[in-house]
Design a protein around this ligand. Structure first.
Ligand code: NIG
Ligand code: FE
Length: 428
């Protein structure tokens, strides 16, 4: 539906569905492409900026005064002196699980390491037991609770990985739960198949067979049924080797899936180089990425998706070289990595604060990383990730006076309202 014309007091105004007015500031990265290096810090900032929405699209962005002259909105939303930014895009989460691991968190505060806990039967495999035992209904119910929280925290697009099923049946069950959740709530979900998250207990001594199960049984079914857009692998000393990862990811690529990888998180295995070699959409974590790995990612235009809260949550000192990756000219994205083991956090605003403090990123770079660049890593930067005319109207109304407060204030959600596809989806 295109906006209609209406004459009011002599001047002709276009009738549109909605104007978001009353903001102190509108701040957004710009354009349909990821922003790299120095361009990550270049935002469009409009004082007293407003947004015109028709249907599910943004039809104009500009000073409120100008938009009021041009448009006759059916509805106005008052931002009450707050800030308008794009809906946040979380490009890396593991939200399909049934049981939690608070005891592991406590063990780490007493000095236990993530890999020790995993080797002793905790870790990913303990969540796998919970998922296998859970019904579809239970998993769906939990996922919907997680999604409601994402929305209240300003996230409008969530990449959702499986990876706690690790059998054909249980991986399909998790993907079907994601597909059902897509129909039940407003957030856009991007499903990722992570059947190679770990070797399940029954294949510990038969690793080659598990890799073949993923390649010959799981991936073809997932692709044939269109249940996932991406395939991910945990490439790590305690998980899948470079060769095992390559075999799985090449198969996934043949079947038409995009690729994302967990790489160089706990050890410097050279996973970034593999992500570049395979032309992956993203290379995630990167705490131990090498100089060669950084150069390879840049050459291949792979988006590094960093997870700044994970080392904190795992009490690990080593962090991804966030500043260095930006200065090397990459288009960095940041994500929560929400999962029950290594990061029980759903807030991208909080994640941005940590990125600022740990990686020395400024507020503009953090905002670009959690919106446009994250969208680009999901192949969606022409559609979402910025407040540009023609893009989908996924918008966050923050109750802070400017975008710098997004990283400056910790511990309280700054999100007052969220629009998804032009409709008010959350308000407090
Ligand atoms: O991204 N690194 C692998 N996977 C998750 C952790 C999953 C878990 O511990 O349950 C991560 O950190
Ligand atoms: Fe992860």
């Amino acid at each position: 539906m295109s906006p209609s014309q209406e004459s009011r007091g002599g001047a002709t105004k276009e009738t549109i569905d909605r104007l978001i007015v009353g903001a102190n500031e509108l701040a957004t990265p710009i354009g349909p492409h990821p922003r790299s290096g120095g361009a990550m810090g270049l935002l469009r900032v409009i004082e007293r900026g407003a947004l015109a929405i028709h249907g599910e699209r943004i039809v104009a962005v500009g000073p409120e005064r100008e938009l009021r002259e041009r448009y006759a909105p059916r509805e106005e939303f008052d931002a009450r002196g707050g800030t308008l930014v794009p809906g946040f895009v979380d490009a890396h989460t593991h939200p399909v699980f049934a049981t939690t691991r608070e005891h592991e968190f406590e063990l780490r505060t007493r000095g236990a390491a993530y890999v020790e806990i995993a080797a002793a039967g905790g870790g990913i495999l303990s969540t796998v037991q919970g998922v296998r035992a859970a019904s579809r209904e239970t998993l769906l119910e939990r996922l919907l609770v997680h999604l409601e929280r994402f929305l209240a925290l300003g996230t409008t697009t969530v990449e959702c990985k499986t990876g706690y099923g690790l059998s054909l049946e249980d991986e399909l069950k998790c993907l079907e739960v994601i597909a059902e959740a897509r129909r039940r709530q407003p957030l856009e979900l991007v499903p990722t198949f992570l059947g190679a998250h770990d070797f399940p207990a029954e294949y510990r001594e038969r690793k080659r067979e598990y890799v073949e199960l993923v390649c010959r049984a799981m991936l073809p079914r997932v692709a044939e049924r269109g249940l996932a857009e991406y395939c991910d692998v945990f490439t790590e000393q305690i998980a899948f080797s470079l060769d095992e990862s390559r075999r799985i990811l090449e198969r996934a690529r043949e079947l038409g899936l995009g690729l994302r990888l967990h790489v160089d998180q706990l050890t410097p295995l050279g996973g970034a180089e593999l992500a570049a070699e395979l032309g992956a959409a993203s290379a995630d974590h990167l705490e131990h990425v090498s100089e060669r790995g950084i150069a390879a990612l840049r050459e291949a235009h792979v988006v590094p998706v960093l997870c700044p809260v994970v080392p904190l949550f795992l009490r690990q000192e080593r962090e991804a070289p966030g500043r260095k990756l930006i200065d090397a000219g990459l288009a960095v994205a940041i994500s929560t990595d929400f999962n029950p083991g290594s990061c029980n956090l759903q807030s991208l605003p909080e994640t941005m604060s940590w990125a600022a403090l740990r990686y020395r990123m400024n507020a503009a770079e953090c905002l670009t990383a959690a919106t446009l660049n994250a969208a680009a890593s999901l192949g969606r930067s022409a559609e979402i990730g910025s407040l540009d005319v023609g893009k989908r109207a996924d918008v966050c109304v923050l109750d802070v006076p400017n975008h710098r407060h997004l990283v400056y204030e910790l511990g309280r959600s700054p999100v007052r309202a969220v629009f998804v596809r032009g409709r008010l989806a959350y308000a407090r």
